[in-house]
Ligand binder design. Sequence first.
Ligand SMILES: [Zn+2]
Length: 273
Amino acid sequence: MPTKITIGSVEVVALVDLPFELPWSMIFPGREASEIEPYQKMYPFANGKNGLQTQAGAYALRSQGKTVLVDSGLGPGPIAFLGGARGRLLDDMRDKGVDPDSVDIVAITHLHGDHVGWNLDGERKPNFPNARYLIPQGDWEYFNTMLETNAQMGQVMPLNDLGKMNLISGETELTADVRAMPTPGHTPGHTSYLIASGGEKALITGDVAHHPAQVNETTWCPVFDEDSSESSASRKRVVEMLESDRAIAAFCHFPEPFGKIVRIEGKRVFQAL
Ligand SMILES: [Zn+2]
């Protein structure tokens, strides 16, 4: 399992804040065991002891002399719903040669608490002091009241007061090789980040899928999707693009951080690199 790949001239580093598990009922609500079991056999890396094996993941990109961090994990914790677990994103970055001070852009896929956790330190100063933070406008508007009251969302609002934040909507260029691509549904402003360089492509897909079964079963939605018909449409569009363009797929929650979408016996399959 590689943790660093290159797409043309762009280096992509897979980062882990922390691994955790979620109940299958949250990932595959309303599905029969007989529907799920073939996919559990097909993807053993996604089987935890008691449910889905997942992670709060992030990616660092080096492109055109800039360092871009996509998402910032659950944060230092202690994280109540995970029994007081603590994230280690900043340590994982340093272990993999990415200095938090070198980050020029923090690009957020969406405003759920497991994607913004390390934005600010305990004194509400940016953990990435030299970065602009890009926040999807659709989420900024949708989660507005929660941004003031929810502890993890407290990782977002102060960025505005500090003048460190830009709202993005539509396709937005981050560097000549990296651009934001709206993939709404999981949240209204959910955004993926497309890397295209030297004839190669990769897509950091955020929470377009939580389990690789969804690359085939594009209408299967976890309880977390705000609008399941819209998230299903985005998922279908994304996996079709990944398959036809032979692009690398990078799903933030998969324990296998990079893969390809291929067809085997008529079904779409996520093949880890
Ligand atoms: Zn998530």
